[in-house]
Write a protein that binds this ligand. Structure first.
Ligand SMILES: Nc1ncnc2c1ncn2[C@@H]1O[C@H](COP(=O)(O)OP(=O)(O)OP(=O)(O)O)[C@@H](O)[C@H]1O
Ligand SMILES: [Mg+2]
Length: 302
């Protein structure tokens, strides 16, 4: 089966201190993996702040170009030579962002967003067809057009608005959602509703999800496979539960330990920061080595 997305040796560098300084940061460093190889899946990207998760997501969405390496969608390079190609790709790979209140203009009614998406991607013109498409998408996320019509973003809770954002993303019938920390701004009590929704999209609608998070608990709960990133590099990759139950790379272990210590003790911020640094010192480079159980772990140094 052709994977949905293939990332082949992808590196993204950003110049720092001005283009002329000649310095750069490797936001993503030689990433190689595939998403949706054996059917729909929830593919999770975990890593500390600044480890390159969003940069990777933006490259998959075609919002950033890799400095080197290649990204394939259903076996073909993503080119976007013209608006038609761009739209066709966007219909299949849709984003869901972290803060729904930033994703929506506060002065624009939320149903207007759904409406323009339905018109743009589905080519619908007559109002009953547009309404039906909007309502169908909202029903998938447990809402309805009747309850949302005419409402402004601030009239909805963060959890409701994030579900509207997901409904909007579902209108073109995508194959893949790229959800960059979709629950971190949502009230804890509503988080599971969104997380369960992502699972339902996979199981009932065959939509794959790239789920970017800092939250190991929800990652454990919904992910099929995951990668752990540290400073732009993938340090561990494979079946989610196996990795989270027994992480092997020193950085992954520290990540897990820091979560446990948050539960057990109060003030861990300092410890965690120091630990991240020592993890980097333990294994700053190295290469990914395959284990018999399908896991890949970065070991040694080049
Ligand atoms: N447009 C840009 N210009 C310059 N540097 C950038 C740019 N975007 C990202 N970076 C840098 O690339 C690195 C990776 O950033 P990225 O936003 O991908 O991290 P992240 O893992 O998503 O972090 P967070 O968890 O905080 O969202 C960081 O060092 C960041 O400062
Ligand atoms: Mg980010």
């Amino acid at each position: 089966m052709t994977p949905l997305i293939e990332i082949k040796g992808v590196t993204k560098r950003f110049p720092i201190g001005g283009v002329l300084s000649g310095r750069d940061v490797r936001a993503v460093d030689d990433a190689t993996f595939a998403i949706g190889t054996g059917g729909p899946e929830i593919f999770t990207i975990i890593g500390e702040s600044g480890s390159g998760k969003t940069t990777l997501a933006r490259m998959i969405l075609g919002l950033e170009r890799p400095t080197s390496g290649e990204i394939l969608f259903q076996g073909a390079p993503v080119t976007h030579r013209n608006r038609g190609e761009r739209l066709a790709f966007m219909a299949k790979v849709q984003p869901v962002f972290q803060n729904p209140f930033e994703a929506f203009n506060p002065l624009k009614r939320v149903d207007r967003y759904l409406e323009s998406t339905a018109r743009q991607f589905l080519g619908l013109r007559d109002q009953p067809a547009v309404d039906a498409a909007m309502d169908a998408a909202l029903q998938k996320v447990g809402l309805s057009l009747a309850e949302l019509r005419g409402r402004f973003p601030h009239e909805l809770s963060g959890g409701q608005l994030q579900r509207v954002a997901i409904a909007r993303a579902l209108i073109p019938n995508p194959l893949l959602l790229i959800a960059d920390e979709p629950v971190s701004m949502v009230d804890a009590s509503l988080r599971m509703a969104i997380v369960n929704l992502l699972r339902k999209l996979r199981d009932e609608m065959g939509v794959s999800v790239v789920y970017i998070t800092h939250d190991l608990a929800t990652a454990y709960y919904i992910s099929d496979r995951l990668i752990i990133m540290q400073r732009g590099r993938i340090v561990e990759m494979g079946p989610a539960r196996a990795i989270l139950e027994a992480p092997e790379h020193p950085y992954s272990r520290l990540l897990k330990a820091s979560v446990l210590s948050t539960e057990q003790a109060g003030d861990v911020t300092l410890t965690v920061t120091n630990d991240f640094d020592s993890a980097a010192a333990i294994s700053p480079e190295g290469r990914l080595v395959a284990r018999p159980d399908g896991r890949m772990v970065r070991v040694g140094s080049d």
